[in-house]
Design a protein. Structure first.
Length: 206
């Protein structure tokens, strides 16, 4: 049996909407496709794992003099509107994976999962990410979100080690403009089990 999960990367107000603290230009254009993916998963009872960037001002990637490669201005700060998911992907009933412990029952039973992270890489930004994947044991992981050349990249490369197939929805991702993206696509292809697909391919259609 091919077990599929969806992996929603950081589709939060500060990144997606023009008023966001670290707005990715053009990211709002993928909102309709994000909604299609979310609705499809819910209709078909596919578990969605949502990663949520969640910072304090003391985190190492937060800087008042950012280089926009390793450090960035304040964004997705705990307790702010900017740290919330956009309405198109906002989880409803979900298990929270923070920094203390996880409950296998909730990971299996709850509709969605939200993994809080304070680094670009969800695998180092939350020590329980691998545990969640070991519980879920997916064969195929469908990935979408932002930013293609930062957090999505880390997610894809990590998830490729945990599943037979990783499908990245190319019309439901968006990159930061100042970092190369074509090189990242080449790196994904070399992994052997990562494929770029469209929303229509995932939800049905040509």
């Amino acid at each position: 049996m091919n077990k599929i999960i969806f992996w929603n990367v950081d589709t939060q107000v500060d990144f997606i909407l023009p008023e966001g603290k670290l707005y990715i230009k053009g990211a709002e254009k993928i909102l309709p496709n994000l909604k299609l993916l979310t609705n499809y998963a819910r209709k078909n009872e596919i578990k969605i794992v949502n990663t949520r960037d969640f910072h304090s001002i003391s985190d190492k990637e937060i800087s008042n003099t950012p280089d926009f490669v390793n450090t960035f201005p304040q964004h997705c700060i705990s307790g702010t509107t900017g740290s919330m998911f956009v309405k198109e992907t906002r989880p409803t009933v979900y298990a929270v994976v923070g920094d203390r412990t996880i409950d296998k029952k909730y990971i299996i039973d709850d509709y969605d999962i939200v993994i809080f992270k304070n680094e670009f890489n969800v695998f180092t930004g939350n020590k329980f990410t691998n545990d969640v994947l070991k519980i879920l044991l997916p064969n195929t992981i469908v990935v979408y979100g932002v930013a293609t050349n930062v957090c999505v990249d880390f997610a894809v490369k990590g998830l490729a080690k945990c599943a037979n197939q990783v499908l990245v929805v190319k019309d439901a991702i968006k990159e930061l403009p100042n970092l190369p993206v074509n090189k990242i696509f080449e790196e994904w292809e070399k992994l052997g089990n990562v494929k770029l697909v469209t929303v229509k391919k995932i939800i049905g259609g040509k």
